[in-house]
Design a protein around this ligand. Structure first.
Ligand code: BV8
Length: 257
């Protein structure tokens, strides 16, 4: 089916949705200049595998290496801006009865552009916490309290454990409330739009399958095939920053008709 037809079909299904869930991965931030998780390993990080660095054991074994990798990525996020795709999703809130974003991303861009209901599965790279959660889970650490430029710094509260980024590492549990809500939303969604994820990381990758098993329609925007494509009724093989604004325009027109 030509891209234009797929785009029109996808827009119509979204326009008719009553309980839409949008599941986003690193691909939606690619056009903001943030490398996707797998190609975050470029330059000096090329010799490492992200799944080997984003783990508690890697941090215990080599705290400086892991901390420096996050500092590198935080700098990228700090310099980047949300793109037209993030803004288009925020605009959908005024056009649809219900839209909830469930994101694997840690850049905070959905909230930054005004999306009001965002479930963050993997935390926020711009926040820090005590590795020992010395004052309860989580023990956030105010960057202004960090002294010197130790890499990583020690927690200013317990003075013992290292400070770490507030993200969910591999082999760590996801925030229980976020995960429970994501499962529930996926079960009851009549449509799930999956944007920019390879569908390789669990339990996030399970969500579209839950929607599909419960009779919901799965749609996908991704230039490449992914682990989700097999259950997508339509896959728009295009960059999300390019097509999401066009989809919003079509839905606006349908609303005026
Ligand atoms: C858990 C935060 C229970 C950190 C991330 C063995 C032991 C322990 C666990 C496991 C195990 N085997 C499997 C597991 C489960 C494991 C897992 O899934 N592993 C994978 C590698 C198989 N999961 C976990 O460990 C999770 N916890 O299961 O707890 C438990 C507890 C103890 C023991 C066992 C189980 C925790 C997972 C969370 C990891 N943290 N992020 C950080 O950011 O540093 S994951 C991180 O990678 C992202 O958050 C995201 O989830 C994932 C990257 O995936 P994508 O977002 O999809 O990005 P990717 O680059 O892959 O793809 C980008 C896509 O965009 C591509 O398809 C591309 O085509 C597309 N694209 C490109 N440009 C565009 C575009 N699309 C649209 N527009 C464009 N312009």
């Amino acid at each position: 089916m030509a891209e234009q037809d797929t785009l029109a079909q996808l827009a119509q299904i979204l326009a008719d949705s009553q309980r839409l869930v949008v599941s986003t991965g690193a691909g939606i931030s690619k056009e903001s200049g943030i490398p996707t998780f797998r190609d975050a390993m470029d330059g000096l990080w090329a010799k490492y595998d992200a799944t080997q660095l984003a783990t508690p054991s890697a941090f215990v074994q080599n705290p400086k290496l892991v901390w420096d990798w996050y500092q590198y990525r935080r700098e990228l996020v700090g310099k980047a801006k949300p793109n037209a795709g993030h803004y288009a999703l925020a605009e959908l809130e005024d056009l649809l009865p219900q839209i909830v974003i469930v994101t694997q991303n840690v850049d905070g861009f959905h909230q930054m552009v005004g999306s009001t209901d965002v479930v963050c599965l993997h935390g926020n790279i711009m926040l820090n916490k005590c590795f020992a959660n010395c004052r309860g889970t989580p023990t956030y650490v105010d960057p202004n309290l960090l002294e010197g430029n130790d890499s990583p710094p020690r927690c200013p509260h317990c003075q013992k454990a290292y400070v770490r980024p507030d993200v969910v590492w591999f082999e760590e549990m996801l925030p229980p409330d976020a995960l429970t809500r994501a499962f529930e939303l996926s079960r009851t969604a009549d449509v799930m739009l999956v944007i920019g994820t390879s569908g390789a990381v669990y339990p996030a990758a399970q969500l579209p399958f839950i929607t599909h098993e419960n009779g919901g329609i799965v749609l996908e925007i991704n230039p490449n095939e992914s682990g989700i494509s097999s259950i997508a009724r339509h896959r728009l093989a295009a960059p999300s920053g390019e097509v999401l604004p066009r989809i919003v325009e079509i839905i606006r027109t349908l609303r005026r008709a």
